[in-house]
Design a protein around this ligand. Structure first.
Ligand SMILES: CC(C)(COP(=O)(O)OP(=O)(O)OC[C@H]1O[C@@H](n2cnc3c(N)ncnc32)[C@H](O)[C@@H]1OP(=O)(O)O)[C@@H](O)C(=O)NCCC(=O)NCCS
Length: 252
């Protein structure tokens, strides 16, 4: 490809100020660092996001597929003004969140993906990106949608987001909701937690490497078994049948 065409295809990003890293103490006692990452980190993130494309539960599949595409677009400069934040516990990837600036004053929340469950890690990571839009980028409003019922509970209900149904969101063109500055200030003391600066040792550990998640969501052992047969609620017979069939294929 000619250098000139690449110049046309590649958007020129605005000079956005960086997100200042913070650390959050989780209910488990773990210390979690939330920080911004750059294009050099994308290939590591892609390797950890890709397996989630095959997890149907809780809409991980569609969200992971979209996050994968957004990270790739960021890496190869095919998206305007995107940022990516990660949450890490002992270096391990615990969440990925991203968004972009549509224009000065207006933010677009893209995705939130939790790679460890049950500790409100996704909720903290989402709060961090709202903090970025409001406190650092100075946006008046952030457009948000949810692809999953858990996401709807976490964002629309917990923040009491306002309807902006005349504005299609970039994620599928569905009607948007909005976090306004007023709603953010109302939620701040309850939902936006964390401290700065991050202790040097904790930050160094996070920056050293983005390690694979140790307990990420995974697909069920057998998709057919997951549908549950009427007289075999564990799906054991289906799994055995599947194994025998697979054995037959290998032996053929
Ligand atoms: C939406 C999301 C980011 C929220 O992350 P989170 O705040 O860390 O919350 P979790 O997903 O861990 O837990 C959500 C609920 O399910 C329960 N839960 C589900 N699976 C669980 C598991 N394996 N272990 C423990 N709890 C689990 C939690 O107890 C929690 O209940 P609560 O709402 O009463 O607190 C996360 O569910 C996710 O990544 N989902 C898939 C992608 C997605 O939908 N993203 C948002 C797009 S709008």
């Amino acid at each position: 490809m000619s250098v000139d065409l690449e110049k046309t295809l590649r958007p020129i990003d605005a000079d956005l100020p960086p997100y200042p890293a913070k650390w959050v103490t989780l209910a488990s006692g773990d210390e979690m660092v939330i920080r911004q990452v750059g294009r050099d980190d994308v290939s590591t993130l892609l390797a950890h996001v890709e397996p989630l494309i095959h997890v149907e539960r809780d809409y991980y599949d569609i969200v992971a597929a979209r996050v994968y595409a957004e990270l790739l677009a960021y890496h190869v400069h095919r998206v305007q003004d995107e940022y990516v934040l990660v949450a890490q516990i002992d270096g391990e990837l615990a969440a990925v969140v991203n968004g972009r600036q549509v224009r000065p004053g207006l933010g677009m929340s893209l995705h939130t993906l939790a790679l460890r469950r049950g500790l409100r890690i996704g909720a903290h990571a989402f709060a961090a990106k709202m903090e970025y839009h409001m406190d650092i980028l100075g946006h008046d409003e952030v457009l948000v949608v949810a692809e999953s019922p858990i996401g709807f509970r976490r964002w629309m209900i917990e923040y009491q987001l306002e309807e902006r149904f005349d504005t299609p969101h970039e994620l599928g063109g569905v009607p948007s909701y909005a976090l306004t500055r007023e709603l953010f200030e109302r939620a701040r003391s309850k939902l936006v937690v964390g401290r700065r600066p991050v202790p040097a040792e904790l930050l160094a550990k996070a920056q050293e490497a983005i390690l694979p998640p140790t307990d990420p969501p995974t697909p069920p052992a057998d998709l057919l078994a997951a549908t549950r047969a009427r007289y075999d609620t564990t799906g054991t017979a289906l799994m055995l049948q599947r194994r025998i069939q697979e054995q037959g294929v290998h032996d053929a």
